[in-house]
Design a protein around this ligand. Structure first.
Ligand SMILES: O=C(O)[C@H](O)[C@@H](O)[C@H](O)[C@H](O)COP(=O)(O)O
Length: 257
């Protein structure tokens, strides 16, 4: 489990561009080290801005996209192609423009998919897909080089919300009903699954995120009350913030700004 580190950028645009540049470098490094790379995507506005920024980055062509596995950390449980699906947004902003191997793109199931309109079955199906790609010796999950998260005003990450029953689910993928952020039905990696990623990046922009970010970085916040406080990459936990979201970052991180 890694200690958190914090990088602050002037505004949301610069933040998205910096995260995009880091992502390209991270994928290049992973491919240099192990011949392939894997990324776990999320939803929300800042994630979409990052995807658009990667699409616009000339250096993106240095990545061998045919050897990148794309997974999702959470999904809004809606029909395939629904504009509110995290998959639809990521495809429109970035994935459609990349020479990916379709067999290595792993969206979470849609509500009109083979598992039907049953989020529990969809979560179980995604867990099986993850297990099929698992590393030898690790039964449940593949290697994730980098897992990106947005952060909610309430401190949620992926679709793990404060005080939600999902905290009592120790499977890697959980169905979520009654999400306070619409739509109400979702699927999500649980915190233990998120925390198997080599690097976890928490990306947040805007003053409305400052309180949750500050509390998550302060000592003592619990993951059930504040899921973002329970996230740790194996080798790196990186908070990537714009100045407004960083307003309440505790003083011990301030030298990094
Ligand atoms: O499906 C979703 O909406 C998410 O995966 C969610 O966890 C999101 O990343 C945060 O709510 C931040 O979203 P914003 O960047 O839009 O604030």
């Amino acid at each position: 489990m890694s200690e958190a580190s914090v990088a602050v950028h002037a505004d949301p645009d610069l933040l998205a561009q910096a995260v995009a540049a880091r992502l390209v470098v991270k994928l290049l490094d992973a491919q240099a080290d192990r011949g392939q790379a894997s990324v776990v995507l999320t939803g929300g506005r800042i994630a979409a801005a990052v995807y658009r920024a990667v699409a616009e980055l000339p250096a993106r062509d240095a990545v061998d996209w045919s050897r990148v596995d794309v997974w999702w950390g959470d999904e809004r449980f809606l029909p395939a192609g629904d504009p509110e699906r995290n998959e639809t947004q990521a495809r429109a902003a970035l994935l459609a423009a990349l020479p990916l191997d379709p067999a290595r793109v792993h969206p979470m199931p849609a509500s009109d998919g083979p598992a039907g309109n049953d989020p529990e079955a969809a979560a179980a199906g995604y867990a099986e897909e993850l297990a099929r790609a698992a590393r030898p010796g690790n039964a449940a999950l593949p290697h994730f080089d980098v897992l990106m998260l947005g952060v909610g005003e309430d401190g949620h990450v992926a679709s793990v919300f404060p005080e939600h029953p999902v905290h009592h689910d120790n499977r890697p993928v959980s169905a979520v009903r009654g999400s306070p952020k619409p739509p109400p039905v979702r699927t999500t990696l649980t915190l233990p699954a998120i925390n198997t990623a080599e690097e976890v990046w928490l990306v947040a922009a805007g003053a409305d995120k400052a309180r949750a970010v500050g509390m998550a970085l302060a000592a003592g916040a619990g993951p059930v009350q504040l899921p973002a406080a329970g996230v740790h990459g194996v080798s790196r936990t990186l908070w990537l913030l714009d100045r407004a979201a960083a307003a309440d970052v505790p003083p011990r991180f301030r030298s990094l700004r």
